[in-house]
Design a protein around this ligand. Sequence first.
Ligand SMILES: Nc1ncnc2c1ncn2[C@@H]1O[C@H](COP(=O)(O)OP(=O)(O)O)[C@@H](O)[C@H]1O
Ligand SMILES: [Mg+2]
Length: 401
Amino acid sequence: MSNAALPGLERLLNMPEAMRPTPLIRLDSVSKRWGESVGVDAVDLEIHEGAFVVLLGPSGCGKSTTLRLIAGLETPDRGRVFIRDADVTARAPAGRGLSMVFQSYALFPHLTVRDNITFGVRVRGLPKATIAERLGRAVAMTGLEGLEARKPSELSGGQRQRVALARAIVAGHPICLMDEPLSNLDAKLRHSVRQEIRALQRNLGMTVVYVTHDQTEAMGMADRIVLMDRGRIAQAGTPEDLYLAPASMFVAGFIGSPPMNMIGAVHVPPALRFGILERDFGGDWVIGVRPENLEITAGGDDGLPVRIRDVEYLGAETLVYAESAAGPLIARSPGPLPPLSGGGASARWAGTAQHVFDSTTGRRLEPAPAIRSSRGTVPIPPADQPRDAAGHRWCNAHGGL
Ligand SMILES: Nc1ncnc2c1ncn2[C@@H]1O[C@H](COP(=O)(O)OP(=O)(O)O)[C@@H](O)[C@H]1O
Ligand SMILES: [Mg+2]
C-alpha cells in the first residue's frame, strides 16, 4: 500500500533503525496475566508518530490487553510503558494524553450528540471558544452536521460511531486508541467508515493504534500491522512484509484470503524443488504457495497431480478447488478460465512464489527469492544462509515500528 499522502512517514519507515527518532509509544518487555490466563507475554513494541498501527490477531490473542496497557487501563506485571520518552507505567489514563474509541462507543444515552462530543473537554475545563471551534470542526469532519441536538437512541450505528470519533477528535490528543470500533456496523458502512477514519488520521496527523481481528481491515488500513498470537507478537511489519514474507505458518495462514496453500515437502515433485528444496531435499518442511501463485492446468506430468473438485467463477477472478496427495489446494486466477475437463490435472508454481517453513517450529526457513514491494526489491540472501534466518528483517518478529 502507498503512503504517498504522508511523505514524512514514508521517509521515516525507510530510515535505518538507528537513525529513527524516539518512538512515540514504546512497550518494553511488557507482560500481563491473570492467574493462568495470559494477556500478553513479554511484548516489545515501538510505534512512531503519525503511524496507523493495527493490532491484529484471533480472539483472545492479547490485542485489547495491549491497547489497555498503552491506555493505562491495565497495569503490567512486568515491563514498562513509555510515551514520548516518559515512563508512564504507573501513570493514570487521564495523564497519558490519549483518547480511546471502543466497540461499544460508550456514549451517554441522556446527552445530546453535541454534549457527548464535548463532555470530556468540558470536564477538562477548556475555554468555551476553543470547545466551540473544535466541535464545529469535528462535526464537519465526521459528517454529523444537523444531528447535534439528537440523542444517541435517535442515531444509526454508523452515526453513533462517528459521534465516538468526533469525541476523540475534539479531545485533540495526538494519540488515538481504537478497539474494534467498526464491529457493530454492517459490511458496507464498515468499508466507508474505514476510509473516513484513515482520512481523518492523515489529515490530523494523529497516531492511531487500532485493534481488529479482521485481516482485510488490517491490510487496507495499516501502515504497520502487529500480528499477535497467544499473547506474543508473531510478526510486525508493513502489510506487504506480512503478505510477501510471513515469518511463520501462523502468519501465512492468518493473512490472505483464501489462505496460503500448505504442501508437505515430501509431496513436491522434483520439477518443483526450488531453492532450499533443491539444495537439501528431505527436511521436514512445508511449502507455502499463495492461491494466486498456484497454477492448475489439465494434463502435464511434471507438476503435483490434483483432482479438481470445484470451480468458482467470481467475475474478476476464478477460484479452482482441488484435492492432492498433500491435501486440498486452492488456485486463484484473474478473470474466467477455459473449462477444465475432469480427469488428470496438475498444480505448478514458480520458485519465486515458494515459501518454506519448518513444520515442527512453524518458522520460515528461507525468504522468497525476490520480494518486490513498493519500496523496492528485498535483496536475495546468500544460499548458505543459516536455516533459521531469524536475524533477517523479514523474519524479525519484534521489529520496530
Ligand atoms: N480481566 C481479565 N481477567 C482474566 N483474563 C483476562 C482479562 N482480560 C483479558 N483476559 C484474558 O487475556 C487473554 C487476552 O485477552 P484480550 O486482550 O481481550 O484478547 P483480544 O482482544 O485479542 O481478543 C484472553 O485469554 C482473555 O481471556
Ligand atoms: Mg479484544
